[in-house]
Write a new protein. Structure first.
Length: 75
């Protein structure tokens, strides 16, 4: 690597300074995609999620009571 003392700008960094690596993202591609989906208004709903603890408890209690017919036609 050439010395940039005679130039008016430094084209290549040595990598010894932390600011040389500031452009590198710390996120994985999966984290980036998840953030895009979380911020996309097409995927935001006003309704309560299907994965609520209240609904899970209610469903579990109904299944354990035996009063609910199983799905799939099994008898």
């Amino acid at each position: 690597m050439k010395d940039s003392s005679g130039n008016n700008c430094c084209l290549l960094q040595t990598g010894n300074d932390p600011s040389d690596h500031a452009h590198v993202s710390k996120r994985t591609p999966m984290q980036t995609k998840a953030a895009e989906y979380a911020n996309d208004p097409r995927y935001v709903t006003k309704h309560e999620s299907d994965l609520s603890s209240k609904r899970e408890v209610s469903t579990r209690n109904l299944r354990n009571s035996g009063d609910v017919r199983p799905l799939g036609g099994n008898k």
